[in-house]
Design a protein around this ligand. Structure first.
Ligand code: ATP
Ligand code: MG
Length: 604
C-alpha cells in the first residue's frame, strides 16, 4: 500500500480523552477512531492487526479440532429467559443491550453466546456418538459496560473469539480444557505477548476449572498474586493464602470495657494496646436478590483481615435458592440511608458483636428477618478475643467461642489474600503482586446451561443425561491493544512482528529524486511479491516527518532509499532496537525474509 493513497492521518499530540499509552498511541497513529462511548472504528491498519490476531487464534483453535461457525448477534429474549439470565443481564447487571422489534418481540444483542449454542446443541446433539464437539466463532460482541474505557480494552462493541464444547462427562471436558490451556498459551506466545495464566474466580458455579490469561502490564485492571517458584498464580478475586499467625491475647478473663470513640479496629486496638489479630470484627453487608428480597449479612472476620467481596458474593449466590431466588442483584456495605430502610432500631455501629440480635431488622415482607452470619476461617481458633459489646462505646475482651459466644454454623473463606501473605502450597513462599490485562478466560461450565435449556444426550446405556459444557473466550481487540501496552517507546508503537499490520515500510526521503523513487518502487513491488507485507511512503513530505510517522505506527523494519543507494545499498532500521545497517539492494529480500521468519518462529 502506498501512503499517498491511504487514509493516513497521524496526530502529533496526545488526544485529551486517552489515559493509557496504548490508547493514546492507537489514536495518534491512526489505527482507531472513537465514534461514541466505548465504540470505535477499526481503521485499515488496525483491521490488518486484528486479522493477524484472528488468524493466529484460528490456527490454534483448528489445531485442537474445534470448528469455526458464526452465530447470530440478535438473540430472542425467550432463550435468555430459559437460562434465567434475561432479567439479570438486561436489568440487574444491565450489561445486555435489548430492543423490541416491529412485531413487539424482545431481542438482545449478544454479549456472549451460551444460550444460542446450547439451543443448537439441544436440537442437534442426541447421542454420545456425536461427542465431544467444540464450536467457536470470531465475532463482534455487545456489552453495555458501566465504565467503557481505555479504547479497545473495555469497549461496548468489541471482537471476541468464543468457543463452546460439549461432552459426555467431566473427564472429557477436562481434556478439552487442557487442550485450550495449551492453545491459549500458544496464541499469546505467538502474538509476542508476556503473559501469565492465573486461577480465576468461576463465580457461584464454582468448580475447579477456570483460568484467566493475563497480559502483564501496569495499566491492567486486574491484580494477580503469584509466587516466585512459579507454582501459584491467581486473580486476587480468587486468591487464597495463609493469614499471619494471631498474637496471643493478654485478656485472660472476660470483661466488658468502656471504649468510647473506638468505631474502628485501629482505634480500639490502640486504646486497649492489643493486636488487630485478637479482634473479631463484624462487618455488615446488605444484599438484594433477583426476587427483590433484601438479606442482611454479618461477616465475622479477624480484625487485621479484609473481606473479599467476590468470594462473599459467591457464598451468597449459593444461598439464593433458600430465598426463592436465582442470583444476586447487589451487594453493598449499607450506607446510613440504606440502613434506615431496614433497621427497626438504631444499630451500635462500630460495636457490633457476632450475636447481634435479629430484632434490629424491621418486620417487612421484602426483608429476610434474620442476619446471615458468615464466619471467616480466621476467627474460628481465636482465644480470649476482643469484639463489640452490641452497645455504643463498649467492647468485650477475653471472649471465647462456646463460652460467651456461640460460633455460627457457616464457616467460609471470604478473606482477601494480600501481597506478602504466605502461600498455601509452601509457607516459605510469599505472595507477590502484579497487574494484568485479562485477554482470555477458559471455563469449565458443567451442566448449568444444558440443564436450564434441557440440552441432553443419550449415553451408551441408553440413559438421558445433560450435556457437560466448557466455554473459552479471547478478547481479540483487547489482545491487540494489550500488545501495544506491552511494547512501545517514546516515539510510538513497536509491534511484535507476528501481528504488525505490515512487516516493512520503504521510505523515500526525497520524492523529487528520481533514482530514490525508482529504487523504492522496485523494492516495494518485489518485497510484496515475495510475501513481505510492505508499505511505501511516497508522500510529498520531509524525510523527518516520514521517519517520525514510521516510528509512530511501529512497522518492524524501515527501508530507506537515501544516500546509500549510490553504493547500491539501502539503510534498514529495526524499529524495536533502532539498529541501522546498510544492506545491498539485491540482498534485501532474503535478509528481511530471514529476519521476519526468525522473529516469528522465535515465538512459535
Ligand atoms: P472483564 O472482567 O474484563 O469484564 P469478562 O470476565 O466479562 O471480562 P468474558 O465474559 O470472560 O470477560 O469474555 C472473554 C474475553 O473477552 C475476556 O477475557 C476479555 O479479553 C474480552 N472482553 C470482555 N469484555 C470486554 C470488553 N468490554 N471490551 C473488550 N474486550 C472484552
Ligand atoms: Mg466483563
Amino acid at each position: 500500500m502506498r501512503l499517498s493513497q491511504m487514509l493516513f492521518v497521524t496526530l502529533r499530540d496526545d488526544p485529551a480523552d486517552a489515559e493509557i499509552p496504548s490508547h493514546k498511541l492507537l489514536l495518534r497513529a491512526g489505527y482507531i477512531r472513537r465514534i461514541g462511548s466505548g465504540i470505535y472504528a477499526y481503521l485499515p491498519l488496525m483491521w490488518r492487526v486484528l486479522q493477524k490476531v484472528s488468524q493466529i487464534v484460528r490456527e490454534e483453535m483448528n489445531a485442537t479440532g474445534a470448528q469455526e461457525c458464526l452465530l447470530p448477534q440478535l438473540q430472542p429474549s425467550e432463550l435468555w429467559k430459559e437460562s434465567g439470565r434475561w432479567d439479570t443481564y438486561t436489568k440487574a447487571e444491565g450489561i445486555m443491550f435489548s430492543l423490541i422489534d416491529r412485531r413487539e418481540q424482545q431481542l438482545g444483542l449478544g454479549p456472549t453466546h451460551e444460550e444460542v449454542i446450547t439451543a443448537i446443541a439441544r436440537d442437534m446433539i442426541c447421542s454420545y456418538r456425536q461427542l465431544p464437539i467444540h464450536l467457536y466463532q470470531l465475532q463482534t460482541k455487545f456489552r453495555d459496560e458501566i465504565r467503557p474505557r481505555f479504547g479497545l480494552m473495555r469497549g461496548r462493541e468489541f471482537i471476541m473469539k468464543d468457543g463452546y464444547s460439549f461432552h459426555v462427562d467431566e473427564e472429557s471436558l477436562k481434556k478439552t480444557y487442557q487442550d485450550m490451556y495449551t492453545a491459549y498459551s500458544n496464541m499469546l506466545r505467538r502474538a509476542g505477548l508476556a503473559f501469565r495464566p492465573v486461577e480465576a474466580d468461576s463465580g457461584a458455579i464454582g468448580g475447579s476449572g477456570s483460568t484467566e490469561f493475563m497480559v502483564l502490564a501496569e495499566a491492567g485492571e486486574d491484580e494477580v498474586l503469584y509466587t516466585d517458584d512459579g507454582k501459584y498464580a491467581a486473580n486476587v478475586e480468587k486468591a487464597v493464602s495463609l493469614p499471619a499467625d494471631a498474637e496471643p491475647s493478654k485478656f485472660t478473663t472476660f470483661e466488658k470495657r468502656e471504649t468510647p470513640g473506638t468505631e474502628t479496629i485501629e482505634k480500639v486496638t490502640q486504646l486497649l494496646q492489643a493486636s488487630p489479630t485478637q479482634v473479631v470484627k463484624n462487618v455488615l453487608y446488605q444484599t438484594i436478590y433477583d426476587n427483590g428480597l433484601t438479606v442482611l449479612v454479618l461477616v465475622i472476620i479477624r480484625g487485621d483481615q479484609e473481606v473479599n467481596e467476590v468470594k462473599l458474593q459467591n457464598e451468597l449466590t449459593k444461598l439464593a435458592a433458600n430465598y426463592g431466588a436465582k442470583a444476586i442483584i447487589s451487594l453493598t456495605v449499607p450506607s446510613a440511608e440504606n440502613q434506615q430502610t431496614w433497621t427497626a432500631k438504631s444499630l451500635p455501629l462500630g460495636y457490633i458483636a457476632p450475636d447481634i440480635a435479629d430484632d434490629y431488622i424491621a418486620v417487612n415482607k421484602q426483608i429476610h428477618p434474620k442476619f446471615v452470619r458468615f464466619v471467616d476461617k480466621t476467627v474460628v481458633d481465636l482465644k480470649n478475643f476482643i469484639t463489640g459489646a452490641n452497645e455504643a462505646g463498649y467492647h468485650v475482651v477475653g471472649a471465647n467461642w462456646g463460652e460467651q459466644f456461640t460460633l455460627p454454623e457457616t464457616v467460609v473463606d471470604v478473606r482477601k489474600a494480600r501481597p506478602g501473605d504466605r502461600a498455601v502450597h509452601d509457607s516459605t513462599q510469599l505472595l507477590k503482586s502484579a497487574r494484568g490485562i485479562e485477554v482470555g478466560h477458559i471455563f469449565q461450565l458443567g451442566t448449568k446451561y444444558s440443564q436450564a435449556l434441557g440440552a441432553t444426550y443419550t449415553n451408551e446405556q441408553g440413559e438421558e443425561k445433560p450435556l457437560v459444557m466448557g466455554c473459552y473466550g479471547v478478547g481479540v481487540s483487547r489482545l491487540a491493544q494489550s500488545a501495544v501496552e506491552q511494547s512501545y517507546d517514546k516515539d510510538g508503537i513497536i509491534w511484535p512482528v507476528a501481528i504488525a499490520p505490515y512487516h516493512a515500510i520503504v521510505t523515500i526521503p526525497n520524492i523529487n529524486d528520481t533514482q530514490q523513487v525508482e529504487i523504492a518502487q522496485k523494492l516495494y513491488t518485489e518485497l510484496n511479491q515475495s510475501g513481505i507485507e510492505t508499505l511505501l511512503d511516497d508522500r510529498n513530505e520531509r524525510a523527518g516527518v516520514k521517519f517520525k510517522d514510521a516510528d509512530l505506527i511501529g512497522i518492524p523494519y524501515r527501508i530507506v532509499t537515501g544516500r546509500a543507494i549510490t553504493n547500491g545499498k539501502v539503510e534498514v532500521v529495526e524499529r524495536a532496537t533502532r539498529q541501522s545497517q546498510e544492506i545491498p539492494i539485491d540482498e534485501i529480500i532474503t535478509t528481511l525474509k530471514q529476519w521476519i521468519k526468525a522473529a516469528i518462529e522465535n515465538k512459535n
